[in-house]
Design a protein around this ligand. Structure first.
Ligand SMILES: *Cc1c(COP(=O)(O)O)cnc(C)c1O
Length: 695
């Protein structure tokens, strides 16, 4: 029995559990309340649970066999032959280093804010599935992105929860003598010491850098305290730790890395450190070293707007890089400063642009959808060769966003390991329509249950009485067409577009013979008053007598809320202003759960859409039309399609009560979209087109 606890502990220390439905179910089965209390965190669960209770529960509920099976599956997963080993070569040492400022891996590890982080997390998970010799580098933030609470006025408030490192699957990196590894980086006026935490994601190691050390000044300890908080000075400090610290870590570990992947520009200072190392090792000039390193840097850009990029002033740059340039590299600081200028003509001579630093130093550059590739080529107007920016369309790690119920349906028809078979979706037609529909109904029921519980616990906190609490049963209906809209509340994403013509929306929602309901969720940046106003507006609509219980807003959009939403919604709505959505990935998460997409043809949907598998909202891209007019025209297209096509199709039932046309669309959507819009395909593309092309 004690042995079972050791196995459980080992499972809890590898994020493999986060996409293994049996493992999640196991913790839930031991004690659901305790599992929820832990924040879906197996390490905290194991650390804090009374071990006699745990042993007793395993015994009473007869879970020993399950634990052994999960452990065996886990070991089999780690050891089995995978894509990279079969296609390229076998190696135990990392060959590719992936750098990102945030990683969204699971809800209890709050080192992500949104889409960029979730993508990095999914990149690591799929790299593990494919056996890539890849290591991740990031920062170990002590406070994650904020927890959102909407107050009684509908206004977003932010609460920062601490990441309890002792209750997370983090191991301090130690050297052969068991001493904690320390990196050192010179800052103006001090030397900053860095320690390193290691996180396991299947076969992949993610190294997280942390400056919270007693030997650092109080100020320096705070460098890695929080994700995307503070001023530009904090930002430049964090990016120095990530980029320069990351390369020092690789040197210290003695890895021979062949390809360096910069996921967004935050890590681009690594280019300097690589040049410096190359100069020292090979006794060559700055330019020669730069040319050599250039070949093995890969830069992925995620934003189609210049405002989304980190920019530092000349003064700030000089403050942090003068000594580094002169004493460590042996060039002038102005020489380094020019790397942050794309044209090198110093037109904008007060700005150091991190994306430009990355572009100037990367042989491979890509956008994250075909359309975004085009937009980036225009935005940066690269003079040397305009086709240099390519595109690799984003994906999602399907197992991480698949409901346990959807998984069990697929397991029943396919095999237990179906998820690792990339051709599996060709077999979707084998599944009976009845089972697809039953899967949908079950998924939707659990979403509604989740929404009711979430709202109920909020009401309890605000002191609601029994009569009020009984009202939760009236929230949402399992029969109604359920539309999800969840994303960051940035203006271009137009979270309130659906409310553009309130009378028309009310007519749709109040139609009792064909009911429609909406679930909203999303955070606004703490400093974005406009975004917060949008949220308040939606909250106030959700309290309107005609819309109450049919439009709801879920607090704190995070990976947990996202998973429930993409599992349960019938339809996923996305209506950004084209072409500002670089890719978008949430819509991809509904596919394997049987949800359908309804979006502007932007980002991934621009290439994924086809009439037999989803719907589009017509978008107006005409410079002579004002934004106001454009929003009205696009909203009209949205209502038209909802009223004339989507709602009638959902409610068109056969004699058995089945929406035959709708189910046909679900199957077409899964068959055509699921094999492509996933990070397995995406990581293979990075591997075959970029990583393994490095000379
Ligand atoms: C998937 C996901 C995102 C990204 O979705 P978009 O469609 O790009 O907006 C953001 N936040 C969370 C929590 C997610 O799970």
């Amino acid at each position: 029995m004690q042995n079972l606890l050791l196995l459980l502990k080992e499972i809890s220390f590898n994020l493999y559990w986060s996409w293994n439905k049996d493992a999640i179910e196991l913790f839930n089965e031991i004690n659901p309340d305790f599992w929820n209390w832990s924040g879906h965190n197996p390490v905290k669960f194991m650390n804090e649970i009374n071990h006699n209770y745990l042993l007793d529960a395993i015994d009473r509920k007869n879970l020993g066999g399950k634990i052994l099976t999960i452990y065996k599956d886990f070991k089999k997963y780690l050891d089995k032959d995978k894509y990279f080993g079969e296609k390229y070569y076998k190696t135990d040492e990392p060959q590719i280093a992936y750098f990102s400022a945030e990683y969204g891996l699971t809800e209890c590890l709050k080192i992500y804010s949104g889409g960029l982080g979730v993508l990095s997390g999914d990149h690591l998970k799929s790299s593990s599935d494919l056996g890539l010799p890849l290591m991740g580098v990031g920062l170990a933030y002590h406070y994650g992105f904020f927890v959102q609470m909407i107050n009684s006025n509908g206004w977003q408030t932010e609460n920062y929860e601490i990441n309890e490192f002792q209750n997370l699957p983090l191991n301090l990196l130690r050297d052969d003598n068991f001493n904690p590894v320390r990196l050192e980086i010179n800052f103006p006026g001090s030397t900053v010491f860095v320690q390193v935490w290691v996180l396991l994601i299947g076969n992949i190691k993610l190294y997280l850098l942390d400056t919270t050390l007693p030997e650092n000044t109080v100020e320096d300890r705070r460098i890695t305290d929080i994700l995307y908080g503070g001023d530009t000075e904090k930002r430049i400090s964090q990016e120095i730790i990530l980029g320069i610290g990351g390369i020092r870590l690789i040197e210290k570990l003695g890895f021979d890395i062949k390809a360096f992947h910069l996921n967004e520009g935050h890590s681009a200072f690594l280019c300097f450190e690589r040049i410096k190392n190359y100069m020292t090792k090979n006794k060559v000039s700055y330019e020669e070293a730069k040319a050599a390193c250039y070949n093995s840097n890969i830069f992925t850009t995620h934003t189609p707007v210049p405002a989304g990029i980190d920019i530092f002033t000349h003064d700030l740059f000089v403050k942090y890089f003068r000594k580094y340039a002169e004493e460590e590299i042996g060039v002038s600081v102005e020489h380094l400063f020019l790397e942050g200028d794309l044209t090198k003509d110093q037109i904008d001579n007060d700005k150091f642009n991190m994306a430009y630093l990355a572009i100037n130093n990367s042989n491979f550059i890509n956008g994250v959808s075909k359309l975004h590739g085009e937009v980036s080529r225009k935005m940066w107007m690269l003079s040397d060769n305009k086709s240099r920016i390519e595109s690799i369309t984003n994906g999602v790690h399907t197992p991480s966003y698949l409901s346990a119920n959807s998984n069990s349906v697929y397991c029943r028809y396919f095999t237990k390991d179906w998820i690792y078979d990339e051709n599996i979706w060709n077999r979707i037609d084998e599944i009976a329509d009845e089972d697809i529909w039953a899967m949908r109904i079950f998924n939707k029921h659990s979403l509604i249950e989740f929404c009711r519980e979430s709202i109920k616990s909020k009401w309890i906190l605000s002191g609601a009485d029994k009569i009020k609490l009984a009202e939760v049963k009236g929230i949402l209906s399992p029969e109604a067409l359920t539309i999800g809209f969840a994303r960051r509340f940035a203006t271009y994403k137009r979270g309130n577009l659906i409310f553009r013509d309130l009378d028309r929306l009310k007519k749709i929602i109040k139609n009792t013979s064909m009911p429609v309901q909406f679930v909203f969720s999303g955070k606004a940046h703490p400093k974005d008053e406009g975004g917060k106003t949008l949220i308040a507006e939606i909250i106030s609509y959700s309290q309107d007598e005609d819309l109450k219980n049919k439009i709801i807003f879920l607090d704190n959009y995070d990976i947990n809320v996202a998973r429930h939403l993409v599992e349960g919604c019938d339809l996923w709505l996305n209506n950004p202003r084209r072409p500002l959505e670089a890719s978008g990935t949430s819509g991809m998460k509904v596919i394997a759960n049987g949800g359908l997409n309804f979006s502007i043809l932007d980002g991934w949907w621009d290439e994924g859409y086809s009439p037999e598998l989803g719907w589009k909202i017509n978008s107006v891209m005409d410079e002579n039309i004002s934004l106001e007019q454009r929003d009205s025209m696009e909203a009209a297209s949205l209502y038209d399609t909802l009223e004339n096509e989507i709602i009638p199709m959902f409610y068109l039932r056969d004699s058995k009560g089945m929406p035959v046309q709708w189910i046909k669309k679900i199957k077409a959507s899964i068959k055509q979209l699921a094999p492509f819009f996933n990070t397995g395909r995406m990581v293979k593309e990075y591997c075959d087109r970029f990583y393994m092309k490095v000379k």
